[in-house]
Ligand binder design. Structure first.
Ligand code: ATP
Ligand code: MG
Length: 454
């Protein structure tokens, strides 16, 4: 009944009433029976009202609803739909409005999703990001950027970049990006808890008319790369140093021999002995370096096969037993029977030989070295224990570094290059295992190697 109260319909009813009154006045000129006249007028009124209601419901009301729906859509409420029973072209119009609303709603959802994806990428990207407009105001900084400088978003957004960014190199990058209107790259160091290095890239942003709109600044963390570069430089320096010592000695003694014209046979023999020893050292060093470089090759993969531990020990022990006897060190082996390990045979052999050789080298006469192999859940646990000189606490984390030796002179006397444990660690890690050390100065050392059983 709501339509009877609606304004336009009321207006139509009044207009029809006026027509009725006019018709009544005209009819009353010809009709004397007023009852019939009233009945005729009433019927006419009802018919006219029904026609008006039909027209109103079919055409006016849907247009009103359509206008309201379109208003909602214009306001951005894409969930607005219109429901009205209609037929023919009006039904088609209503359907089109609803499908337009649906498309707009899908479009807005899509846009929202894209915006969310973009902001997720910006927030989670592992590089710092800053967006600056053409006037130099900061519009956006991401999480990574904030974590680099340890401040909050409100300290940057809305400010001029040169007021809030302290690093001179970053200023220079932004200025050059604006000036040259092209990508600019600089590397900067940031001293927070640990010194970090970044490559700062400034990229200009242009609008559709190719006018400069601002710039994006990306801070890419290159600390690891810098570390690797430093390590590589150290390594080259160390290798050169290690090579220099035996070569200097070989050259020195051979020159003396040549100058002396081999007069004194005993001295000549002694010198030749030294030259021989030093050349052996060189050979060992070069072999170790080659082993390391082979292990470090990115595609270096081991050929893992099931190997019987007892067979492995049979091949390894004669090599070290001789060394142990010469050093007066007792060598004990405790291995469970029938143990099998899935590993690279030569790799595991090298691990055991290097660890046992170290244990014997760094254990004084009458000491004891024990090799133990046991099965533990999903691992093979290999222990090399000695009663030797031990390793100071501060050196325990460093002994796996290349060329690191606790006592350089002593290690050199035993022919050590300082590469043995680096090689061991590499091999163990290629097997997805791990190695740990326990040691007490003057009491002894235990190396524990865990190989996954597979
Ligand atoms: N069992 C051990 N007891 C005491 N110190 C050890 C032991 N094993 C290793 N170290 C210390 O760790 C250092 C590094 O060992 P690593 O095996 O890498 O080198 P190296 O024995 O000096 O030379 P090489 O490359 O010939 O093995 C040694 O120089 C030594 O100081
Ligand atoms: Mg060694």
């Amino acid at each position: 009944m709501k339509f009877f109260l609606s304004k336009p319909l009321l207006l139509y009813a009044i207009v029809i009433l006026c027509i009725e009154i006019a018709t009544g006045i005209i009819f009353s000129q010809f009709m004397s029976n007023y009852i019939i006249l009233v009945l005729v007028l009433l019927t006419e009124y009802i018919i006219l009202m029904m026609i008006v209601h039909y027209v109103f419901d079919k055409y006016v009301k849907p247009i009103q609803k359509a206008t309201n729906t379109l208003d909602e859509l214009v306001k951005g409420n894409f969930r607005a739909r219109m429901y009205h029973p209609a037929t023919g072209s009006m039904a088609a119009l209503l359907m089109k409005i609803n499908s337009l609303a649906r498309s707009l709603s899908e479009l807005s959802i899509h846009e929202k999703m894209q915006a969310e994806q973009l902001s997720t990428v910006i927030e989670n990207i592992q590089s710092g990001l800053v967006l600056i407009d053409e006037k130099g105001y900061i519009h956006l900084v991401n999480k990574k950027f904030l974590s680099i400088f340890g401040k909050a978003e409100r300290d940057y957004v809305g400010y001029l970049y040169y007021d809030v960014l302290e690093n001179e190199k970053i200023h220079k990058t932004i200025q050059q990006t604006f000036l040259y209107e092209e990508n600019v790259k600089h590397s900067v160091s940031v001293a927070n808890e640990t010194k970090q290095y970044f490559e700062v890239i400034g990229a200009p942003i242009f609008d559709e008319r190719n006018l400069l709109k601002g710039a994006v600044l990306v801070l890419y963390d290159i600390t690891e790369l810098k570390k690797l570069e430093a390590m590589r430089k150290d390594f080259v320096a160390n290798v050169s140093h290690e090579l220099k010592t035996p070569i200097t000695s070989i050259r020195g003694f051979s020159e003396t021999l040549l100058d002396d014209d081999l007069q004194d046979i005993d001295t000549a023999r002694q010198f030749l002995g030294i030259i021989n020893e030093e050349s052996k050292r060189l050979q060992v060093l070069i072999e170790d370096l080659l082993t390391l470089s082979k292990l470090e090759k990115e595609d270096s993969s081991l050929s893992l096969v099931p190997v019987k531990v007892s067979l492995l020990l049979e091949e390894v022990l004669p090599i070290v037993r001789h060394q142990a006897e010469q050093s007066g060190v007792e060598l004990q082996v405790e291995a469970e029977n029938d143990l099998t390990i899935t590993a690279d045979q030569n790799g595991v052999k090298q691990v055991i030989i290097n660890l046992l050789a170290n244990a014997i080298n760094y254990t004084p006469e009458h000491g004891r070295v024990t090799l133990r192999v046991v099965e533990e859940k999903d691992k093979i646990h290999l222990t090399v224990q000695d009663t030797g000189i031990g390793i100071p606490k501060e050196a325990q984390t460093r002994i796996f570094e290349r060329f690191y030796r606790v006592d350089k002179a002593r290690s050199r006397n035993t022919g050590g290059t300082g590469l043995g444990l680096a090689i061991v660690k590499h091999i163990v890690e290629l097997h997805k295992g791990n190695i740990t050390v326990e040691s007490e100065l003057g009491k002894g050392t235990s190396f524990h190697v865990f190989f996954p059983k597979l």
